[in-house]
Design a binder for this molecule. Structure first.
Ligand code: PGA
Ligand code: ZN
Length: 429
């Protein structure tokens, strides 16, 4: 049973304040959870409660969220059995009483939910993935890893947010990761050869300075794949997170690349993406259209929906109702899953289940603001989700998730499953 709940302000990988929660059981065993934080957040996400006091930390303080943990959540949870994750999450949803957790804040509720899960797992002497997923949890994720980071994660650079790679020919997670490290190092050389300055964007990928066009990212990345000695597509494929809501003009339904001073109608933007999918070894595109442009998404899905993976992130915000709408409309074929978009472990697991039972692929994802918390590495295996996206290979808040996945693979040994490129069999006909 839960004896005590502590909450404190700590800092994330962008030096923004965030909430850390400790749950302590009567037997002295404890669990810890930390809230991550996005930059290119979707408008339909659960609310992240910030103090808004301009005199302190640019208004980003989290003292209200911490106060909500200590004075509203803790009194209700103390005495409850930490093994009742679903009941505890339901209790917090009730206490909040809003559809988007705007009363208590998802950054208050989520770290409590995570800390409860860890406390229960620790009390039972189980790794988190085994506790959450049971005996059947065994699928290691295919990693989707950022090599170049733009958009809201590299201000005033290029419009597209993530240029990522997915290893296609690896036989296990450890090998897959090593292959991506080779591409990352090759990209460093390619940048230098092209006289591009080398700096690091928010998620550890290279910051694209001096680029003339967005397509240049695809050209350099393809070159890096070759340079690392891999066959494009066969060994190493490209994934894009367009994060197009960031440059969508709601007034007239157009898309603008600021870097190139080019504006596209929705039809033209779909054309552009289809052209890239033809020309480059692209296996996955996320947020190709804006979070409000369902019509554009239908068009894009009609064109590419049985050729590559199409992921909705800002479109779905890990929200059951929005995922259902997408399935009903035949939009996308995959869902990005972020715990803090919805706010509890239980709702996150439910969203993954719904995604799978709808024939869509779940991709578990970190946020651009992260910490030493490695919960998502466990969640991915717990739910047999099959894919994990955590930014780049560099920076410790990223490495901690990848390294934990390497350990989980070792722990599972012969019992582990790595699907490699076959993960896409369900969506690529
Ligand atoms: P965010 O970016 O955490 O800044 O929203 C990640 C993503 O868009 O996938
Ligand atoms: Zn995204």
């Amino acid at each position: 049973r839960i004896r005590e709940i502590k909450a404190r302000q700590i800092f994330d990988s962008r030096a923004n304040p965030t909430v850390e929660v400790d749950v302590i059981l009567e037997n002295g065993i404890h669990g810890r959870g930390i809230a991550p934080s996005g930059a290119s957040t979707g408008q339909f996400e659960a609310l992240e409660l910030r103090d808004g006091d301009p005199a302190r930390l640019d208004g980003k303080g989290v003292s209200k969220a911490i106060h909500n943990v200590l004075s509203v959540i803790a009194p209700a949870l103390i005495g409850m059995d930490a093994r009742n994750q679903a009941e505890i999450d339901r209790k917090m949803i009730e206490l909040d009483g809003t559809p988007n957790k705007s009363n208590l804040g998802a950054n208050a509720i989520l770290p409590c939910s995570m800390a409860v899960a860890y406390a229960a797992a620790n009390a039972m002497g189980l790794p988190l993935f085994r506790y959450l997923g049971g005996a059947n949890a065994k699928v290691l994720p295919v990693p989707m890893i950022q090599i170049i980071g733009g958009g809201a994660h590299a201000v005033n650079s290029i419009d597209i947010q993530d240029f990522l790679v997915i290893p296609m020919s690896a036989v296990n997670f450890a090998q897959a990761f090593e292959m991506v490290v080779n591409v990352y190092n090759a990209a460093k050389k390619v940048f230098t050869e092209h006289q591009k300055p080398l700096s690091i964007a928010d998620e550890g990928g290279f910051w694209p300075t001096d680029f003339k066009s967005n397509e240049e990212g695809l050209i350099l990345l393809t070159e890096a794949i070759h340079r690392a000695g891999y066959k494009p597509m066969e060994d190493m494929a490209i994934a894009l997170d367009i994060a197009s809501s960031e440059f969508y003009n709601a007034a007239d339904g157009t898309y603008t690349f600021r870097l190139e001073n080019r504006t596209f109608s929705r039809e033209e933007f779909v054309e552009l993406l289809c052209g890239w999918a033809e020309k480059y070894p692209i296996v996955s595109i996320e947020d190709g259209m804006s979070e409000v442009d369902w019509e554009g998404y239908q068009l894009l899905t009609k064109r590419l929906g049985n050729k590559i993976q199409l992921i909705g992130d800002d479109l779905f915000t890990t929200n059951r109702a929005r995922i259902q709408k997408g399935v009903d409309m035949g939009v996308c074929n995959a869902v990005l899953i972020k715990m803090n978009q919805i706010g509890t472990i239980t709702e996150t697991m439910d969203a993954i289940e719904q995604t799978k039972s709808s024939g869509y692929l779940p991709v578990i994802s970190a946020r651009s603001g992260e910490t030493e918390d490695a919960t998502i590495a466990h969640l991915t295996v717990a739910a047999n989700a099959g894919q994990l996206k955590v930014g780049s290979v560099a920076r410790s808040e990223r490495a901690v998730k990848w390294n934990e996945s390497i350990r989980i693979e070792e722990f599972l040994g012969e019992g582990g499953v790595y699907l490699s490129k076959h993960i896409f069999d369900r969506v690529i006909k």
